[in-house]
Design a protein around this ligand. Structure first.
Ligand code: GAR
Length: 203
């Protein structure tokens, strides 16, 4: 069985591109069936269109409440019948309706070693704190901000003269490899979440 992925994006979509490239090999075990976004005019959507994929864009500001947006975004995502939803640079927190529908099969990639430096600026905050090692984390999304059970992490060293941009680019190189490897493993072997522990393979 090929795992159906819906990928959620807000920016340049290099993580999406890495998944698209990996999915070109049938042995990978997954296919991207649609790409969802919270804004137009982003490179990630161009990548999706270039790959011939259906896309959908729902902007929070077009809805009366955040809950209305969440319900509409859930429905738009569900239409593509994903087995796994991958947030890859998607800059919105999932709401209650989305989590009720996709909880346990909604994963997010973050540019820091959680639980350090959650939030919107993982690379910037790690550099400002002065850590010597940071990295990236793939986790199963729960109701908190970047608090879900951890599926994979990669370490990246911080250089003395790093800028936020240079550090984030190095993190993203590690992040793309982590994402491709872990989603592929999840597709081929499955995974279960027991408390905070994620285990690959059939239960
Ligand atoms: C990635 O580094 C991802 O971890 C980060 O945005 C970047 C997206 O890059 N996401 C967050 O910071 C979420 N809190 P991309 O658009 O090139 O894939």
């Amino acid at each position: 069985m090929t795992l159906r992925l819906v990928v959620l994006v807000s920016g340049s979509g290099t993580n999406l591109q890495a998944l698209l490239d990996a999915c070109a090999d049938p042995a990978y075990g997954a296919e991207v069936v649609a790409v969802g976004a919270d804004r137009d005019g982003i490179l990630a959507l161009e990548r999706a269109e270039r790959a011939g994929l259906p896309t959908y864009v729902l902007r929070v500001k077009d809805y009366a409440t955040r809950a209305d947006w969440d319900a509409a975004f859930t429905q738009a995502t569900a239409r593509h019948e994903p087995d796994l939803v991958v947030s890859a640079g998607f800059m919105k927190l999932a709401g209650e309706t989305f989590l009720a529908r996709f909880g346990g099969r909604y994963v997010n990639t973050h540019p820091a070693l959680l639980p350090s430096f959650p939030g919107m600026h993982g690379a910037r905050d790690a550099l400002a704190y002065g850590v010597k090692v940071t990295g990236c984390t793939l986790f199963v999304v729960d109701a908190g901000v970047d608090t879900g059970a951890i599926m994979a992490q990669r370490a990246v060293e911080v250089a003395d003269d790093d800028t936020v941009e240079a550090l984030h680019e190095r993190i993203k190189t590690a992040e793309r490899a982590m994402l491709v490897e872990t989603v592929g493993r999840a597709a081929r072997d499955g995974f279960t979440v027991e408390g905070r522990r994620v285990r690959f393979g059939q239960p």
